[in-house]
Design a protein around this ligand. Structure first.
Ligand code: SAM
Length: 227
């Protein structure tokens, strides 16, 4: 399978995998991976053996805790989870296999080329939850939110589809609000001057969020709608 990388600045590997995680990556992951070297299907139902009514994507799912929660809560929705960090992917694949979850497909590289490959208007929601913050100004250009990636996100969303963004880094809130303000197809739901602290309904939190709160940082939740 051809593996196109794209621009990814994070870590690919962490501590050594446990034997069960290694086995999950070798045996189960290939059955769930999306291959963007193949032609994209017109209808994402082709990715799922069970009937689905809509499709959502989570970019940078970490260990997959939120992705799994969503997939279990919405068994009629097909989810695409994207995570290039091997240890996070291994954790998620172990849980997907253990819980026999049939409505998740995976991609283990930079999300940007996958967004380019998907058919337009395919996803009713895209979640970007606590993307790598790159807090130092000289690294801001590495942030996932940029004009090109917002165009890719907007292209993949259904009319009225939503893009959800969470961060605990104040400069990333402003960065994202400014970037989206320049995008012709995405618009913030709510007051740009609000504090963005209102959590989404049925929000299980994420692992990274719990750490941020423990360390005294305050999460912000932004939702944008495609017009
Ligand atoms: C700070 S972690 C947050 C993980 C998880 N969303 C959470 O809240 O616990 C950001 C994750 O985004 C992933 N990531 C970074 N750049 C990415 C990219 N270009 N495409 C997809 N995932 C990416 C990283 O590997 C990392 O696991």
């Amino acid at each position: 399978m051809e593996r196109r990388g794209g621009a990814f600045f994070g870590r690919r590997k962490g501590k050594p995998l446990r034997p069960g995680q290694r086995a999950a990556l070798e045996e189960v992951l290939p059955t769930l991976l999306i291959d963007i070297a193949a032609p994209a299907p017109d209808d994402l139902q082709a990715f799922f053996a069970i009937p689905t009514r809509a499709f959502r994507m989570e970019i940078g799912f970490g260990g997959g805790e939120h992705l799994l929660h969503e997939a279990k809560t919405h068994s009629d929705v097909g989810f695409i989870g994207v995570e290039p960090f091997e240890n996070g992917m291994a954790k998620a694949v172990v849980a997907i296999a253990k819980d026999k979850i049939a409505n998740i497909r995976l991609y283990d590289q930079d999300a940007a080329p996958l967004l380019d490959w998907l058919p337009p208007g395919a996803l009713e929601r895209i979640d970007l939850l606590y993307p790598d913050p790159w807090p130092k100004k000289r690294h801001w250009k590495r942030r996932f939110v940029n004009a090109e990636n917002l165009d890719k996100v907007a292209r993949c969303l259904t009319p009225d589809g939503t893009f959800r963004f969470a961060t605990d880094i104040e400069s990333y809130v402003e960065w994202t609000l400014e970037a989206v303000a320049k995008n012709r197809r995405l618009a913030l739901i709510g007051d740009p001057l609000g504090d963005h602290s209102e959590v989404w309904p049925d929000w299980p939190g994420t692992r990274y969020e719990a750490k941020a709160i423990r360390e005294g940082r305050r999460p912000a939740y932004l939702t944008f709608r495609k017009s």
